[in-house]
Design a protein around this ligand. Sequence first.
Ligand code: NDP
Length: 451
Amino acid sequence: MSYDFDLFVIGAGSGGIATARRAAQYGAKVGIVESDRLGGTCVNRGCVPKKLMVYASHFPYEFEESAGYGWTVGETSFNWLKMITAVNNEVDRLNGIYQRMLDNSEVKLYRGYGKFIDSHTIEIGEQKVTAEKILIAVGGKPVKPDDIPGVEHAITSREIFNVKEQPKRIVIIGGGYIGVEFACILNGLGTEVTVVIRGDKILRGFDEDLRTEIQEGMERHGIRILNNKPKLSIAKQDLGLEITIPISNGESEIIVADAVSLAATGREPDLSNLGLENTGVEVVKGAIAVDEYNKTAEDHIYAVGDCTDRINLTPVAINEGRAFADTHFGGQSRKMSYENIPTAVFSTPEAATVGLTEAEAKEKYGDAIKVYRSKFRPMYYTLAGKEEKTLMKLIVDTNTDKVVGAHMVGDNAAEIIQGVAIALKMGATKANFDATVGIHPSSAEEFVTMR
Ligand code: NDP
């Protein structure tokens, strides 16, 4: 049977676009459908606009710090609308770049909602296209927990980039990546921020030292973190949103947030209206079930990225997609390696990590681990007169001397850990770290001088 395409991709986000382009480079006839703007969550309402807002939020600290270096900064002011407009203009520019990239790679782009009507046919409005292989890369969407009364009044990270007026007071529910990053962004920009979490600390799953260090840093910068608060409710009042948080003995604290409250309580695959029921694709716990080669229960249908709910990070979706394209169109069978995936939290202070946490390493290697820790005030903060600290931590398997975890909280953590991640991926030992000459003076050199 002949098909319209060798490969048809549903969803032009990071994973979908990377796969489509790679397959087309190998000579495959590729189509892709997208109902929204090109680039998916990362470009439009995730990593990219978020990081630009992180930059915006750092200036007040730098204005302050510059005084120690002899600068006098005049009166400063911040225009939220100007920042949001500039951020969205940049997103528009990137959409244009994605469009040109697809045009240049001869991937045919369809605008509209792609829906399976059978396992080889996708319906897009009035059109139908058929493909030999189909890749689902539809991403995820924020979840608002239904156990929080009034949560419908809260916005999510989807809407935050379109808020036209800076919130004066905000309550953020959730202490994961998004809750923590937006708490720091908004606090830096001058909003009064309260974070409410149901556990005892932010960033569950990260190394304990890293969690403590970020949490203390956030509190030092003026963010209020209310922990162990599993039950709260939201009500809309004339003045804004009223968030009621039970404290103890039947007493509650009420916080009035002026307009918005942000629910940063996780994300889930966005499989609505995809017509999966017309295929043999299996969905397990709300996510598309795939094998290590990204294959679904249908032999010719594959899925990558957040819709499979494995590790929901942009570079992971891209890597999964490229492995799929290399395997099926490039003649080199390849699966993605999930070991030692580095990740960063763009909080203030910033944090980044690769490999095992101390707890995970203990579970895997028992007592055969050695932990190296260093906490210091970076040179920059001496003249700036601030007590900001950097924390670095290495975890070593003493049986092999291999470094199995590296964690950092402090300025440029993401940039530094990216390099360290190469070493871990290559199986570097502590002796290899020790044999590496440091760059002086830098914070990063601490990673090769820890004793
Ligand atoms: P996370 O899963 O990271 O965090 C969710 C938070 O919400 C946790 O603190 C969780 O608490 C809390 N929570 C969940 N359900 C409830 C509930 N019913 N009531 C109260 N609190 C609740 O999700 P995010 O939304 O922050 O981020 C989604 C994903 O996006 C991340 O996992 C990551 O993959 C990706 N991302 C990556 C970024 C990066 O790489 N820098 C940046 C932003 C997002 P508890 O811990 O107790 O479960």
